[in-house]
Design a protein around this ligand. Structure first.
Ligand SMILES: NC(=O)c1ccc[n+]([C@@H]2O[C@H](COP(=O)([O-])OP(=O)(O)OC[C@H]3O[C@@H](n4cnc5c(N)ncnc54)[C@H](O)[C@@H]3O)[C@@H](O)[C@H]2O)c1
Length: 383
């Protein structure tokens, strides 16, 4: 068995504990590791790092992890640990990643990869110069629904793609009469919060990878709910956008619109849905589902509010079958990253790609501030 030591920083947080530790690293261990071509297996061996001893010990006990520490510097010095993973709050990312690159570790981290484009690019270039492998979480690409959507695009199902419309969001409780589902720093600009910074990173890689490169962005943000209650029940002022209404122009004339909001009540099948309309057919994909309607079965819709509509529009779509058992998106990407580190297999989702997400978020904020369309220039990198 080939063990690989992974420093996991920020695992007491929402993403770190649920998605990265429990559903990815522990799930990989539980399945007996990752089979390697030479017949060996690769077994992730995490060391949990954080500030709070009690939380770390409880987490380690819950998942049967032997190694945990509050001393980040010491575990970065240990050559047994080959990878540094970071799921801390965004503002702390650069500090952790820089120290890890200096210690010669391979890097894998959550998005956004920096608090500014400059910082994100600096980290990418630092890692590249140091010759370590680097990657960023781009989990939406690995969702069962979007994986099937990508296959439809690659196989030409749509003909010429005309437009893409996305709806992301749900109601995040204010925190007074119901506990909020998201950490309070998400709603404070000064702590790195805001839905534009959070979600535009995702929309960049989704649009770039599924359809075409993003050329320009127009964004209107909003703070719809100005007062919330934090983890200790204390009221605070919301200083960061909780909703964003964005339009994108893509490289080949495709127009994309995505609404992102923590202030909408869900009347859809999934928390995120993307409708793609093309000359030959259309699809609606979500986290798990992907439904299509081909031009040959498109109903004739006729506007007549005076009569009940004879069409049951939802019923006329067909599910794209899922042939394999769906896997957790974060786990799939972890497995791909670990193979990349050990076998040098391709992993296109590096820190330069992460920086593109931060770039789009910055330009969307600029568009909102200046109330105008903003071009997305090609990133000049030292790669
Ligand atoms: N890929 C995704 O879909 C996705 C979804 C949500 C969040 N994220 C990203 O993951 C990262 C973590 O988000 P989260 O929702 O898990 O946040 P969280 O607040 O639940 O967790 C933050 C982690 O950072 C640690 N931390 C260290 N120093 C801290 C400090 N001074 N203040 C606060 N926390 C500190 C916390 O202990 C905790 O382990 C963020 O960068 C966020 O953008 C990604």
């Amino acid at each position: 068995m080939r063990k690989i030591g992974i420093v996991m920083n920020g695992v007491t947080g929402r993403m770190g504990s649920r998605q990265h530790l429990e559903r990815s690293i522990i799930a990989i261990r539980d399945q007996g590791g990752i089979p390697l071509p030479d017949g060996d297996v690769l077994m992730p061996d995490p060391i949990l790092v954080g500030r709070n001893e009690h939380k770390l010990r409880a987490l380690a006990e819950r998942y049967g992890v032997e190694r945990w520490t509050t001393d980040l510097a010491a575990c970065l010095q240990d050559p047994y640990n080959e990878i540094y993973f970071d799921a801390q709050t965004t503002q702390l990312r650069a500090l952790g990643v820089r120290a890890a690159v200096e210690a010669g570790k391979h890097i894998y981290c959550e998005k956004p990869t920096g608090s500014s484009l400059q910082e994100a690019l600096e980290l990418a270039e630092l890692a590249e110069r140091a010759g370590v492998k680097h990657g960023v979480v781009q989990d939406k690409l690995f969702l069962p629904g979007l994986l099937r959507l990508k296959k439809l695009v690659d196989n030409g199902f749509f003909g010429r793609i005309l437009s893409v419309r996305g709806e992301f969001g749900y109601w995040v409780f204010e925190g007074d009469w119901q506990e909020a589902q998201r950490p309070s720093w998400n709603y404070r600009k000064e702590d790195g919060g805001g839905i534009i910074v959070d979600m535009l990173c995702h929309w960049r890689y989704v649009l770039d990878n599924l359809f075409a490169e993003v050329k320009a962005v127009s964004c209107l943000g909003a703070i719809h709910v100005p007062k919330r209650w934090d983890e200790h029940g204390r009221a605070y002022d919301v200083t960061a956008d909780d909703s964003a209404y964005t339009t994108f122009e893509l490289e080949n004339g495709i127009i994309a619109q995505i609404n992102s909001s923590w202030c909408v009540r869900v009347h859809r099948d999934e928390l995120f849905e993307l409708q793609v309309d093309g000359t030959e057919g259309s699809a609606v994909a979500g986290l798990r589902e992907c439904k299509v309607q081909h031009r040959s079965v498109t109903p004739k819709a006729i506007w007549n509010p005076d009569l009940p509509d004879p069409n049951d529009y939802r019923d006329q779509w067909v599910s794209v079958p899922q042939y394999e058992e769906p896997e957790n998106a974060f786990k799939l990407q972890w497995e791909m990253y670990l193979r990349h580190v050990v076998l040098d297999t391709p992993f296109p989702y590096d820190l330069f790609e992460g920086a593109k997400g931060v770039q789009l978020a910055e330009l969307a904020l600029k568009s909102w501030r200046e109330r105008r369309w903003v071009e997305v220039p090609e990133l000049r990198t030292a790669r």
